[in-house]
Design a protein around this ligand. Structure first.
Ligand SMILES: [Zn+2]
Length: 336
């Protein structure tokens, strides 16, 4: 009884520290988020007022703090029970979190921020579902999302795993893109699905998370031994949480260029898949021009900036790939 009460209060302590740290990190980065929002407004993208934006931020902070409190508490249980191998359990929790974001969040969390309803354009809906069926994508509905509630940016995605898959189109895209262009965008998204990009990303993320968790354990122990004054002498104490988060964040930043290079590679594959499925390089090129026009995407990016920060190839490169497809397939619509 006494033991269980001690455990319960240790868990509560960890959960409280996790919530406080989440709040502190949010407060620390808030000026940057506010600046980004105001800049989006200045360029005419943000459609929300400051009040609505703050309310979305508040919702996000609540969901985030709740999730962090649960995950961090479980990690510290692992640290207490498996002091040598906790990082392996921590990595397992990290992987579950990635799967949650990919499979559960689109169905459970996203509706907190936006409304999803079946695509109203019956003709377009039928064309997209027919395209999905030819590629054996188990989707029986196409959703439109009121993205214009927050911003004028255009996008579309296929999200979910194991039965939670859904095809989602932003209302902003529906408003500005012609049916042929929307079909190319959908074919690109289906490429991500058919080529198993979500699963491939999960495999790589798992390797990175296991290696990262191992390094966090080793580096945190080394730092705690070298600088006893930071009070993280024992990883069991929730006082070690800021140190663990700091080390994990540094590793995350160092890994980002690699993850982005992999993402650009998958995007190139999805573009190629989209071209082969629609055989419509003109619609593809026209999509990329519209991304430049409506989203201020840029055609040519400094190779270093692209290598470090870009999750997608530059629009110039993507248009070049569409032209190359047209050159090899002169019979395709819009080629020649
Ligand atoms: Zn993509």
């Amino acid at each position: 009884m006494l033991a269980s009460r001690t455990t319960a209060s240790a868990n509560l302590k960890v959960a409280i520290v996790a919530v406080l740290l989440t709040a502190a990190l949010y407060a620390g980065t808030f000026p940057l988020a506010l600046y980004a929002f105001l800049r989006e407004r200045r360029f005419g993208f943000a459609t929300q007022g400051l009040g609505a934006w703050l309310s979305d931020q508040g919702k996000g902070l609540l969901v985030g703090a709740l999730l962090q409190a649960i995950l961090v508490t479980v990690v510290y249980v692992a640290i207490r029970k498996l002091p040598r191998l906790w990082w392996l359990a921590g990595a397992g929790i990290g992987v579950l979190f990635v799967i949650f974001v990919l499979a559960v969040a689109p169905v459970v969390v996203d509706p907190l921020f936006n409304t999803f309803r079946p695509l109203r354009d019956a003709d377009l809906r039928a064309r997209i579902l027919k395209m999905a069926r030819t590629r054996r994508i188990p989707a029986d509905e196409v959703y439109e999302m009121d993205a214009s509630r927050q911003s004028r940016h255009t996008n579309a995605y296929v999200a979910g795993l194991l039965g939670s898959q859904r095809i989602v189109l932003y209302d902003t895209l529906l408003e500005r893109f012609a049916p042929r262009e929307i079909e190319f965008v959908m074919a690109h998204e289906m490429g991500h699905y058919v080529l198993r990009h979500i699963w491939r990303s999960i495999v790589w993320a798992t390797l990175a998370i296991v290696l990262g968790a191992f390094l966090v354990d080793r580096l945190a122990r080394a730092a705690a031994a070298r600088f006893p004054s930071i009070g993280a002498g024992s990883l069991e104490s929730p006082a070690s949480l800021p140190l663990l988060v700091l080390i994990a964040s540094v590793l995350f930043v160092l890994l980002t260029p690699l993850a982005n290079a992999y993402s650009r590679r998958l995007e190139r594959e999805a573009d190629r898949f989209g071209l082969e499925l629609t055989r419509d390089p003109l619609a593809a090129a026209s999509c990329f021009v519209k991304f430049a026009r409506y989203d201020l995407g840029i055609f040519r990016v400094d190779p270093w900036v692209e290598a470090i920060l870009y999750t997608h190839p530059s629009l110039g490169e993507r248009i070049q790939a569409a032209r190359e497809y047209a050159r090899i397939h002169p019979e395709a619509p819009g080629a020649g």
